[in-house]
Design a protein around this ligand. Structure first.
Ligand code: ASP
Length: 337
């Protein structure tokens, strides 16, 4: 449905990552009709969670080392600084809405695992099989080829540490979905949803549900959300840092540069790719792919546009070394026959 541009005067803006393609038209439609930032983001992310083409968000996401799909999601309202985040949730198809309900209905900000599932059940959230055939087949092929026979025999009570070190994102550059927007009342919000990295250690949380690392919104200044190696943005508190740098007077461009500079201090651990998406409260934005690949892009919608537009992310290399994401190519197992 093409957005109608009822609010031409308002400074509306949406930025989402490459995986947000199917959801951003819905968010644009709702924002242009006067919906709140949070409502518009939640609706857009729900579409992505259902999108069969998107294999790292919601239904169809990649499983962890044990073959279970664990989902993470978050929302943040930049006008109240309330957040809702859920992590390592199994069996529920719309984690973003569970995160939203957490924000609305609990005095807490973050639930994980069994507690998150209990809350989801209590609010009647939609359940469903998250592990789709393509992911099940890929996991089985990996298990059959990579797991030592003695560990296969003991499964799932086998040591996972050595296998975890080999597990990398099977689809580099196609990952989480992150959405940022400002509505007609200049409320700014952020939302994220992901299955995290494929073949992660069970219980691993990336940055997507960690407010301040994978997302942050403050209507006084702007918002930021990240995709890629959450292990990096957790260490540098990237999303909060970008908004704080804007509070300190930097433009959105400089604030993102400064957050990229923070990453240059990272030593050891997982150094890979991260894409930083940011907006300010005047309708400006910047998206930078740290160690990114040339095809990295994001989606932008402004009221002057007929439809959301894909834009290339600016690439900044912070290291001469090839990112550590190739110990063995998970693509061997995830490629369709
Ligand atoms: N940032 C996500 C995480 O660390 C994954 C991704 O965006 O690729 O779980």
């Amino acid at each position: 449905m093409a957005p109608s541009f009822a609010n031409k005067e308002a400074i509306l803006i949406i930025v989402c990552n490459n995986e947000g393609k199917s959801g951003i038209p819905v968010t644009a439609e709702m924002l242009s009709r006067g919906a709140s930032a949070l409502d518009a983001l939640e609706a857009g992310v729900r579409v992505v969670e259902d999108d069969p083409e998107v294999r790292t968000v919601g239904t169809g996401g990649w499983p962890n080392l044990l073959g279970d799909v664990e989902l993470d999601a978050s929302v943040m309202c930049g006008s109240t600084l309330r957040t809702g985040a859920i992590g390592a949730l199994k069996g529920y198809t719309h984690p973003v809405s569970i995160a939203r309900q957490l924000l609305e209905r609990l005095p807490h900000e973050f639930l994980v695992g069994d507690g998150a599932a209990r809350f989801a059940h209590e609010i009647g959230a939609e359940t469903g099989e998250l592990l789709r055939p393509h992911a099940k087949t890929a996991w089985q092929r990996w298990f059959d080829s990579e797991i030592k026979p003695e560990h296969q025999a003991a499964w799932p009570d086998a040591p996972l540490i050595e296998y975890c070190h080999n597990a990398v994102d099977p689809e580099i550059g196609k990952d989480t979905t992150v959405f940022l927007c400002m509505d007609q009342h200049r409320h700014i919000a952020s939302a994220t949803s992901t299955s995290g990295w494929g073949w992660k250690y069970p219980g691993r949380l990336g940055d997507s549900p960690v407010i301040g690392a994978g997302s942050y919104a403050d209507s006084r200044y702007g918002a930021c959300a990240c995709t890629g190696a959450g292990e990096m943005t957790i260490r540098t508190g990237t999303a909060r840092a970008v908004v704080l740098y804007m509070k300190m007077g930097m433009s959105v461009e400089r604030a993102v540069d400064e957050a990229v500079n923070d990453m240059r201090a990272l030593k050891g651990g997982l150094i890979s790719r991260v894409t930083i998406h940011a907006i300010d409260n005047r309708g400006n934005h910047r998206t930078v792919a740290v160690n990114g690949l040339p095809d990295n892009h994001y989606w932008l919608w402004l009221p002057s546009m007929k439809a959301p537009e894909a834009r290339p992310a600016e690439i900044i290399q912070i290291s001469d070394e090839e990112p550590q994401n190739k110990p063995f190519a998970m693509a061997v197992y995830t490629k369709e026959p």
